[in-house]
Design a protein around this ligand. Structure first.
Ligand code: ZN
Length: 187
């Protein structure tokens, strides 16, 4: 099954997500999140974006996207990820989108290389080193677990420019091809 994606304005996107209790079976949830990500043509999705405030991320991770990913693991599930960044390498800027904030691209500085530890769906522990796009995707999704959004990186001018569009998204007035859940739906 797939979930509607939680739209900007929902308080869950601003909450710090809680750790998943060890040995919890999240395989069905992770599969559903991967299906939701595919339907929305995204490259990453964090659990708060489907309305669950837990530390769970799904994402694309393929060799051609950057270092540290193998071809046979094009989709990754990360439970309780812990992220460390390599601050010796300069930040790179790139325009990011967000499935919860459709049609708003923001230039976000990210670390080129990250060290990540996490559990997979079988609760095996992993420690990886990623670079390039997977590292960027991971930093974006990890931000979601902290209640941080890509718009938080926008300049004050850009923030002013997108204010009305953000209000529209919260009110469900947005052109989007995948199902979403808007704060205004709750009324
Ligand atoms: Zn996002």
């Amino acid at each position: 099954m797939t979930y509607p994606i939680v739209a900007y304005g929902d308080p869950i996107l601003r909450k710090q997500a809680v750790a998943v209790e060890k040995d919890t079976d999240v395989r069905k949830l992770a599969r559903d999140m991967l299906d939701t990500m595919k339907l929305a043509q995204g490259v990453g999705l964090a659990a708060p974006q489907i309305g669950q405030s837990i530390r769970l991320i799904v994402m694309e991770c393929r060799t051609h996207l950057g270092e540290g990913c193998k071809d046979d693991e094009s989709k990754k599930v990360l439970i309780n990820p812990v992220l460390k960044v390599d601050t010796s390498v300069a930040l790179t800027n790139y325009e990011e989108g967000c499935l919860s904030i459709p049609n708003i691209l923001i230039e976000v500085p990210r670390h080129e290389k990250v060290f990540v530890s996490y559990f997979d769906v079988a609760w095996r522990f992993h420690e990886d080193e990623w670079a390039g796009l997977p590292a960027r995707i991971l930093q974006h999704e990890y931000d979601h677990l902290q209640g941080t959004l890509h718009i938080d990186y926008a300049s004050p001018l850009k923030k002013r420019l997108i204010q009305r569009r953000l209000a529209k998204i919260s009110n469900g007035k947005v052109n989007v091809f995948y199902p979403m859940r808007f704060p205004s739906d709750k009324l």
